[in-house]
Ligand binder design. Sequence first.
Ligand code: ADP
Length: 334
Amino acid sequence: RALVAAEAEGDERAVEAALRPRTLAEVVGQERVREQLALVLEAARGRGRAPDHVLLSGPPGLGKTTLAMIIAAEMQSPLRLTSGPAITHAGDLAAILSGMNDGDVLFVDEIHRMSRPAEEMLYMAMEDFRVDVVIGKGPGATAIPLEIPPFTLVGATTRAGLLPGPLRDRFGFTAHLEFYEPAELELIVRRSAGLLDVHLTDEGAGEIASRSRGTPRIANRLLRRVRDYAQVRADGVVTLDIAHRALDLYEVDQSGLDRLDRAVLDALCRRFGGGPVGVSTLAVAVGEERETVEEVAEPFLVRSGFLARTPRGRVATPAAWQHLGLTPPPDGGS
Ligand code: ADP
């Protein structure tokens, strides 16, 4: 089995891929999205046509790539994978599109990071299944129209708001993925443990779930780290105590905050008196890209009630001060 080989080679990405649900029925949580998507796919199958273009938005690790793969699998269509940053020229996209067959599914991860000319070519391809390939430069340039077989675009973005309106409007179905509840993450941890042949108690699974930042990818990763710990420092069984000790070692705290999350809160409280402070300034203070702070750390901090976005900037909540063991300034830190 692929999973066994990947494990043997210590290939974390391959392990992650092997843990992906393969059908909509195997997907844990996201009931609404699953039901909507099932309907879109069944209707398309009934008509014998490629389904409408699908936009999936939500923070990293919530299942966007997994859903794209499932869409292709349920349509019994080949899936092609690319990403916004990989498409730097319109020509890159033209090459991909011209190689597609009827009914293929094209997955574009980080679709908001595509170059402008490629984006414009994509509008046309999505709507008219046609692109204009420009040959030559200057006055002698000619546009050659190229027909593309009907395909389904599945775009993924960390925030749908980053997409230009015209692109967003060309998706027939948009789904926003939400962070998962601890009970759902617990199911995911148990499912993965089964696949990885890890023995864990219910309390152990619950502990990993509650520190996974509402994110399946993190739940699976923490499970593997806790499993390492159980194997090396104990008898291999993941109990509550083992999960505790392992997660403390990996600096994932009780609320699921990791080093970056804590660094952001720490900078916000200690250096900027609790804010308000702009996200760019905050990113510089923690030595990270603005995008990483905004799309990876912030959504979870907001959802956990540690950070608030205001028109004047980011503000620490009383819970943030408390979490860091600090006393907020008398004016409440804002
Ligand atoms: P994204 O594309 O949003 O970053 P992925 O689709 O790559 O996220 O998912 C990351 C990992 O989390 C995958 O290994 C997958 O197994 C797991 N995963 C994501 N969503 C679910 C889910 N709903 N049920 C079970 N596992 C999931």
